[in-house]
Write a protein that binds this ligand. Structure first.
Ligand code: 9Z3
Length: 312
């Protein structure tokens, strides 16, 4: 009998841009594997759960992709090449610093007679310059690949394709699964083709459980990689237990637990034999430090340790 995840792939078509993305992933991975690089797959942002095939409405979640976008920047600093697999229109590394009004406020407009000039304000140059330098370095050296998804089914297809390419890296591959993937969805064969009409009775929408991809990912797709998953809760009393349950079930290396309310300042690292908190002090926050800086430093150190013990 086919497992739950196999049934999912058998009953859900790949997204229309799937083959293009698969080629990009293959090229990126082959190029960097030849150079013996360390690679990280960062997943980021939420997934949608469409309610109709011609999608007008969908179920969504809160994630803006801050964790993933910030972490990708820090992984580049730690000499990783990065596959940034993110929800379309969620935050991206580098550009996240210039979102919306923040960017406009960095600029100065001079109008003298017929001449118009736009310059960057002097104090914004200090902010912009290092970010621009890192962006250019990553871009010019081809060290980051952006691929995107929208629905939970797009995410499934892209994640498996990325893993197929990552397996050649053995233990040099790190998977950092920070995307907020929906646990529930409407299966393709139970979804109406057209927009749900409001004229008749209120719809009764039956959600089903999404298969847990961590199972085949860890045991079949990238068995030698260092896999880190995130666990989100809103009730602190169950966070560590749930994280431990995931480790026991999927047998990967590390779960990073976080609470919706405090995720910017506190996370807990849960490994098979320990758990420890990573907390950002008020002072560190006021100095502009980001918790992802500390998380990524810790994850990279854990990955290094793992590789020392590993022969692949
Ligand atoms: C996380 O827990 C991430 O840290 C956040 C980041 C989504 C909270 P933001 O995008 O938030 O920076 O606003 N990601 C994983 C959440 C998740 O759905 N995990 C699954 C679970 O908890 C397991 S893979 O069951």
């Amino acid at each position: 009998m086919a497992s739950h995840w196999e049934e999912f792939y058998a009953t859900h078509l790949p997204p229309t841009d799937f083959e293009d993305n698969r080629k990009l992933l293959q090229e990126f991975c082959e190029r960097h594997n030849k150079r013996n690089e360390k690679i990280v797959l960062v997943t980021s942002g939420g997934t949608t759960v469409p309610l109709e095939h011609n999608t007008v409405r969908f179920v969504d979640n809160f994630s803006a992709g801050t964790r993933g976008a910030a972490s990708a920047e820090y992984f580049l600093e730690h000499a990783y090449v990065v596959i940034f697999m993110h929800r379309l229109k969620s935050l991206e590394p580098f550009t996240r610093h210039f979102n919306g009004q923040k960017f406009m406020d960095m600029l100065e407009l001079y109008e003298r007679g017929p001449n118009t000039n736009i310059t960057v304000k002097p104090d914004s140059v200090d902010v912009l310059a290092p970010i621009l330098a890192s962006y250019k370095a990553a871009q010019e050296n081809g060290r980051i690949l952006y691929v995107n998804f929208t629905s939970v089914s797009d995410y499934f297809w892209l994640l498996r394709a990325a893993c197929e390419c990552l397996s050649q890296f053995g233990s040099r591959a790190l998977l950092y699964l920070a995307a907020a993937v929906s646990d529930f969805y409407v299966p393709s064969n139970q979804m109406p083709t057209h927009k749900i009409q409001s004229g008749s009775a209120a719809p009764n929408i039956q959600l089903q459980l999404v298969p847990k991809l961590l199972a085949p990912l860890v045991s079949l797709w990238v068995p030698h990689a260092f896999v880190v998953s995130f666990k989100l809760e809103t009730d602190e009393s169950i966070l560590i237990t749930k994280a431990r349950e995931a480790l026991n079930k999927y047998k990967h290396k590390l779960v990073i637990g976080n609470m919706l309310q405090t995720r910017r300042t506190k996370v807990v690292f849960v490994t098979p034999d320990s758990s420890y908190e990573v907390v950002l002090s008020r002072e560190q926050m006021l100095n502009g430090m980001e918790i992802e800086d500390v998380i990524v430093r810790n994850v990279a150190a854990n990955h290094d340790e793992y590789r020392k013990k590993f022969k692949y």
